[in-house]
Design a protein around this ligand. Structure first.
Ligand SMILES: NC(=O)C1=CN([C@@H]2O[C@H](COP(=O)(O)OP(=O)(O)OC[C@H]3O[C@@H](n4cnc5c(N)ncnc54)[C@H](O)[C@@H]3O)[C@@H](O)[C@H]2O)C=CC1
Ligand SMILES: O=C(O)C(=O)COP(=O)(O)O
Length: 568
């Protein structure tokens, strides 16, 4: 069973050492950690690659490390045949097409806390610089001037700071600003008034924050779509700002309509703005942005929020650790697109993951038909765990033999949806037939399993001595280890049937490893006589594949039917 955490096997078999590509500059501590922990890996630092250069080489790599500069687009990802993880040495992942990565089963990780303080302190530096014209005064001094009266500033004490986005950075900024004796008001639709009140922050509507604050600082992530934050501060919002107020953006450039900002500054509606981030980075020859940063009431820094020694060491080692973990078959600490399962839980679930994947494979091989709805029932103690890995294992088992898709825990749900498969789960901690049992009930294309040979609508299994066992197939009770080549057939429940099959297999020089004949009713297991017209399911595990002529011979007996070979 392959590990569904982060599929180790690659669709295009990779030869040679594992390769890691670093395309933005990260602290050397992170690179050193990778080298130390993965001594056989090839680690290439190639900052400044053009998109077409990155696309040309990305296929060789298992891991990619970036900051905010490299654009990891879906186009790049289509060429990333061996990529298993993208590590963002920082917070914002808006430069990574995470939806495309998810579809391809690529884990995206970031460092959610490594540079929070750096970003918050830079915001405070921007706040003070805006209030006291520090950069302009410095430039004037360097031009050999002494313009004492030109740089009259304001105090921040007793002023109101409006925080838009009261997350990790926003809250750190609020705390620091409280130390400067500022009043803090905030807008964040996902933070409760009560929670904010405990930190002495007053939650208001966006409009009220804009109208009341002397300084506005932005700390939301950049998201697109109808409820996204792109263009959150546009002409209308700028117009709502208090005349003479100041704006700070150390989050993402796209949050502000930069043209509208330039207009508001030119009209002297707001007194100034401090920008660390821009809609295009680097700015290069973007005329609007050049005009904006040249404005006398703008303070600009080249996306320096995270650029402290401490933060860079923090984010680089944070991401390096997660890359080592994932490439070694473990879990990332901060995956943006993967559910987090604790290693202890995974250890318990592992044999059930094997079981469920085999149940999926068995179903697809016995009943190769488009699926529509699957009901997974868990009973026993197993039902009390986080069972997402089992669902992923099931999708993998079901789709692997019929699709090119590389299924793993990251993309299992997306792929199931694409295939139009609805998966519902039922959980009960009360044991059923076995202490822990997983049952798969399937509805195929027609919506019900009505055709004559369509008996495999239920497969049930358990784990015994850490080994998966299938205990029910359709109406038949059975017990076998789902492993290797297995012959499935049904027979009229009467004497001589086992002998018939045994003789043919003997003739074909096929060794039987295990055999189980399951009646269609549980009570027949207690050696009561079954009625002669009843059928039974024969499950015969063999050491080597059975030749076609032997399968035909078994099929022609008249009393044995539905002969099918599966490979688990
Ligand atoms: N300039 C730099 O170098 C750095 C920039 N950042 C950026 O700062 C931003 C914030 O980072 P964190 O605080 O770590 O993120 P976070 O996820 O902890 O906080 C974001 C907050 O924004 C809120 N939010 C979402 N939509 C909103 C909306 N429409 N209006 C108001 N609030 C909304 C969320 O509820 C959340 O509380 C991110 O964009 C990140 O990329 C972070 C570190 C360094
Ligand atoms: O972590 C973030 O979100 C940042 O914006 C920092 O970006 P950077 O790593 O400095 O390119």
């Amino acid at each position: 069973m392959a590990d569904v955490r982060a599929e180790v096997e690659n669709p295009q078999e990779q030869t040679g050492p594992v390769k890691i590509l670093i395309t933005d500059r990260i602290a050397h501590e992170g690179v050193a950690f990778l080298r130390e922990q993965l001594p056989d890996a090839q680690i290439d630092e190639r900052p400044g690659l053009k998109p077409e250069q990155l696309k040309a080489i990305i296929g060789e790599y298992s891991a990619l490390v970036v900051r905010s500069e490299t654009q990891v687009t879906s186009d790049i990802l289509t060429a990333a045949h061996n990529l298993r993880i993208v590590g963002r040495a920082g917070v914002g992942v808006d430069n990574i097409d995470t939806a495309a990565a998810t579809r391809q089963g690529i884990i995206v990780v970031n460092s959610p806390t490594g540079n929070i303080m750096a970003a918050a302190e830079h915001t405070i530096a921007m706040l003070m610089a805006l209030a006291r014209h520090v950069p302009a005064a410095d430039a004037s001094m360097k031009a050999n001037k002494w313009e004492k009266s030109r740089f009259l500033g304001i105090e921040v004490r007793n002023k109101t700071l409006g925080v838009i986005g009261l997350g990790k950075v926003g809250m750190a900024v609020a705390r620091r600003a409280q130390g400067l004796e500022m009043q803090i008001i905030a807008f964040d639709p996902f933070v409760s008034t009560e929670q904010a009140r405990k930190s002495n922050v007053t939650m208001l509507s966006l409009e009220d924050v804009l109208k009341q604050a002397d300084f506005i600082t932005l700390h939301t992530s950049l998201t697109s779509g109808p409820n996204g934050t792109r263009g959150l501060i546009s002409e209308k919002e700028l117009a709502m700002m208090k005349p003479g107020a100041r704006l700070i953006n150390c989050a993402r450039g796209g949050l502000i309509d930069e043209e509208a900002l330039l207009k508001a500054l030119n009209e002297k509606h707001i007194a100034g703005a401090a920008l660390d981030v821009f809609s295009q980075e680097p700015i290069r020859d973007n005329a609007l942005l050049q005009q904006l940063i040249a404005h006398e009431h703008i303070i600009a820094t080249p996306h320096l929020g995270a650029s402290t020694e401490e933060a860079q060491v923090g984010v680089a080692t944070d991401v390096a650790e997660q890359i080592v973990s994932v490439l070694s078959g473990g879990f990332p600490r901060a995956a943006v697109n993967a559910p987090l399962i604790l290693p202890e839980t995974l250890k318990i679930l592992q044999p059930y993951m094997v079981l469920v994947e085999k149940m999926g494979r068995l179903y697809t091989q016995l009943q190769p038909e488009p699926l529509r709805k699957i009901e997974l029932t868990y009973s026993g103690e197993i039902a009390s765990y986080d069972l997402r890995p089992l669902q992923a294992a099931l999708v993998k088992g079901l789709l692997e033999s019929v699709s090119e898709a590389h299924v793993n825990m990251i993309n299992a749900q997306v792929l199931a949806k694409e295939w139009g498969i609805e998966i519902v789960e039922q959980k009960s901690t009360t044991p059923a037939e076995f202490a822990n049992q997983v049952t798969l009930r399937v509805s195929s294309e027609s919506g019900s399993n009505t055709n004559k040979d369509d008996y495999v609508n239920v497969i049930s299994g358990t784990v015994m001595h850490n080994e998966p066992r299938i205990v029910q197939v359709g109406p038949y009770w059975t017990e076998f280890v789902p492993e290797g080549p297995i012959l499935f057939c049904r027979n009229i429940d009467q004497p001589g049937m086992i002998g018939l099959v045994g003789t043919v297999l003997g003739k074909a020089q096929v060794n039987i490893r295990h055999m189980d004949v399951g009646p269609s009713e549980r009570k027949a297991r207690s050696y009561e006589l079954a009625r002669p017209t009843e059928s039974a399911l024969m499950v015969i595990s063999v050491d080597n594949p059975i030749p076609e002529w032997a399968l035909d011979e078994v099929n022609q007996t008249g009393t044995i039917y539905g002969v099918k070979m599966v490979n688990l």
